[in-house]
Design a protein around this ligand. Structure first.
Ligand SMILES: [Zn+2]
Length: 306
């Protein structure tokens, strides 16, 4: 067996502010997006190696190209002594996914631990005092959710500006609310979705980074978009983009029928160069200066039957 006969696959690695978006997303094949600095992975695809390091996994829906690697992700993490991952997923999927993982325990004869947390539209998973994840309803048929990572900050109310620290501490002791709560949506990931009210959600419109699908681009692919409950570029351009205020928009889940290069050209023609400035295609390895790539290799062939 030659040294490089095992899988070599390219993944996107895009720096955005203090974070990176690492991932792979091709419609029907595989979708997995990781923000390593925030310790979160959205969808798991076929469980590429980089995704194993995230302690939190958010699954958007049950299609194979988004979820196939779940058992492998959990098993590998257990095998490598990593802590039990937290998996957020639509409530309706908790049972079937639990059954699948129990089957894998029997097949593998290994007691892989896992924690599944069912989410419903607008439900919140508090990660830390200053950090939460909110589920948003998407429109992909059956049960599907998007997820927004929200930073929660406490700010001093204006009327207390300039007061000495001792005085503020005393007021706080008396039970006076001197601070107010601000939510800053950092990342919104929508998974697969048709056009719908998810795009009116303020968290989605304002997240610093928005990862949205746009699967189809050609005129005669409109029926496909409708049938598969995906976004067509005309909807993105006419209905979605005018309302978005995100610093960075990253488009995922482009169909191989069109390909990223052509998809990008079609979008650019529709909206012009200026509006393309804060839009990237996740899988665009050539066009953008911001998009990098890493080569990810599976482990070398092993003789042991782990
Ligand atoms: Zn899907």
């Amino acid at each position: 067996m030659s040294e490089r006969s095992y899988l070599v696959q390219k993944f996107a690695r895009i720096p955005v502010g203090a974070n990176h978006v690492i991932g792979y997303s091709v419609a029907g094949e595989e979708s997995v997006v990781q923000i390593p600095e925030l310790d979160v992975c959205f969808d798991i695809g076929r469980a590429p190696y980089f995704a194993l390091t995230s302690n939190l996994l958010c699954l958007t829906h049950g299609h194979m190209d988004h979820l196939a690697g779940l058992a492998y992700y959990l098993s590998q993490r257990h095998f490598q002594g990593m802590r039990v991952a937290t998996v957020l997923l639509p409530q309706a999927l908790v049972n079937p996914v639990d059954q699948m993982l129990r089957c894998w325990r029997n097949i593998e004869r290994q007691n892989t631990p896992y924690q599944l947390i069912g989410m419903t539209p607008d439900s919140v998973h508090q990660l830390r005092k200053d950090f939460l994840i909110r589920a948003v309803e998407t429109h992909h048929g059956g049960t599907s959710l998007g997820f927004v990572l929200v930073s929660v900050r406490e700010k001093l109310k204006q009327e207390f500006f300039g007061r000495p620290g001792q005085e503020l501490a005393a007021l706080r002791k008396q039970g006076v609310e001197i601070q107010y709560r601000v939510e800053v949506p950092l990342v919104a990931y929508l998974g697969d979705t048709a056009y719908g009210k998810v795009f009116d959600n303020p968290d989605v419109q304002n997240a610093e980074i928005l990862l949205t699908e746009c699967t189809f681009y050609e005129k005669d692919h409109k029926p496909r978009a409708k049938a598969g409950r995906h976004l067509h570029v005309d909807q993105l351009v006419e209905l979605v983009l005018p309302n978005l205020k995100n610093q960075q928009i990253i488009i995922t889940h482009v169909s191989r029928r069109t390909g990223v290069r052509k998809a990008k050209a079609i979008l650019r023609k529709k909206i012009g160069e200026e509006k393309m400035k804060n839009i990237l295609f996740l899988m665009d390895f050539e066009g953008s200066q911001d998009a990098g790539e890493i080569e990810e290799m599976g482990p070398p062939p092993s003789d042991t039957a782990e």
